[in-house]
Design a binder for this molecule. Structure first.
Ligand code: NZQ
Ligand code: ZN
Length: 387
């Protein structure tokens, strides 16, 4: 096991009607906020009204910026920074999924910074001072409600890049599983794939002696595998939605990666796809992750066999260990298909036309991935497997 520092400082308020506590939570920080949200799901569901009521009851002044698009854009972040500066706003409340939360984080980092916000995404600068943000989560998937990253798309060239800083972790995350009843099936499934990918990016490592985190990863994966199909069958089942929501947070608050080298190659590749084709991140991962696995499983065959056996109940074939590893990958792909996700790029009408560009952008700052370092040629090979 490697040395590590673990911190997950976000206060989680989890349960039925939890959103009604938002006024009390925000009041601890300020009396004026930017209320940031997406394309309207929170208005249709009635959540917006409840949030405004709770904030107003505490005398909090609200300035709004709605309209965040999935794969959130830099232009919106710039607009948010301008509004916060002009109105002297020192707190941002994000109500929505990962896109809204990431946009809020990027605004929070950009307001006190004199240079260009994009500097944070190219490694030119690191945030030193970030406005506090709070979250009401409506889509369990990205783990952004607790994570230290924000992923933003720059429309100028369609670059999708993350920024990372512990300062970006939200002060609080309000998580009411009831808020996820209105999710379209496709978003529920994409969310499941994303959280599974967050676990697997940590699970497949060359670091030895990580028994505890291996078992925690397997438990989280098994919980998602059991509950995602149940949520699709019975969308208003509170307990099922609660299991999924909590899994999404556990998958990405850093705990499962403690003491081990992480991978993140599949995420880097997927970000190139969603930057150009504007697909849902979780769907892109359902395509890329199995392709990556087929490309690298021999690097740590033992780990892939363990994955097959412990997560997918594959019987180990001692005479042909590779077949055991491949069977686990096949079951993962079948699972993605069963919950309604694509497993090939062609399922999303993506051809090989821009593979070169994606592979080039993905590796422009050097190789990606921990289990196996992936160079441009490797990324091209993985995209070809995913075709
Ligand atoms: O915009 P609205 O109208 O709110 O609709 C959204 C959006 O169309 C809808 N939605 C959300 N909650 C809903 C709902 N519809 C009905 N009922 C609800 N309760 O779902 C659609 C997708 O929302 P979005 O926020 O884009 O999805 P997600 O949470 O999957 O976020 C994806 C973004 O997060 C990034 C991804 O790359 C992508 O840009 N990621 C962020 C990470 C992080 N910050 O730690 C890590 C991840 O690996 C990921 O890269
Ligand atoms: Zn992800």
């Amino acid at each position: 096991m490697q040395d590590f520092i673990f911190q997950s400082p976000t206060k989680i308020i989890f349960g039925k009607s939890a959103e009604n506590q938002v006024g009390d939570e925000v009041k601890q920080y300020c009396d004026k906020i930017l209320l940031h949200y997406g394309g309207g799901s929170i208005k249709r569901s009635g959540l917006y009204d409840r949030v405004v009521k709770s904030l107003k009851a505490k005398g909090i002044e609200i300035i709004e910026l709605g309209g965040v698009k999935p794969n959130p854009r830099l232009s919106m972040v710039r607009e948010g920074i301008k509004i916060c500066r002009e109105n002297n706003i020192n707190f941002i409340l994000a109500v929505g999924g990962g896109s809204v939360i990431d946009s809020a984080k990027a605004i929070a980092a950009g307001v006190p910074y004199e240079g260009d916000e994009w500097d944070f995404h190219t490694g030119k600068a690191n945030p030193k001072n970030v406005l506090p943000i709070g979250v009401i989560l409506t889509l369990p998937a990205t783990g952004s409600e607790v994570s230290a990253s924000a992923v933003i798309t720059n429309e100028d060239g369609w670059y999708k890049e993350s920024m990372n800083s512990d300062l970006l972790r939200p002060k609080f995350a309000i998580m009411n599983p009831e808020l996820t009843y209105t999710l379209p099936d496709y978003q529920t499934a994409c969310g499941a794939a994303d959280m599974m990918a967050h676990v697997m990016e940590r699970y497949f490592t060359n670091t030895p002696h990580v028994d505890l985190t291996d078992r925690l990863c397997e438990a989280t994966l098994k919980t998602i595998i059991k509950n995602a199909p149940l949520a699709l069958k019975d969308p208003n089942n509170y307990d099922v939605r609660a299991e999924i929501m909590w899994s999404g947070t556990i998958a990405h608050n850093g705990l499962l990666g403690t003491g081990r080298e992480e991978d993140w190659g599949s995420h880097k590749i997927e970000h190139e796809i969603s930057a150009i084709y504007d697909i849902t991140h979780g769907a892109g991962l359902a395509v890329v992750f199995p392709a990556w696995m087929k490309y690298v499983y021999n690097i740590n065959l033992k780990k892939f066999i363990q994955f097959s056996y412990r997560v997918w109940d594959v019987e180990v074939d001692l005479d042909n260990p590779e077949s055991t590893a491949l069977e686990g990958i096949k079951r993962l792909e079948n699972f993605f298909r069963e919950i309604g996700l694509p497993t090939r790029l062609k399922d999303m009408n993506i051809s090989d036309e821009r593979f070169e560009e994606m592979a080039q952008k993905c590796t422009m700052s050097g190789p990606v991935g921990g289990l196996k370092k992936l160079y441009k040629e490797d990324v091209l090979n993985i995209l070809n497997i995913a075709k």
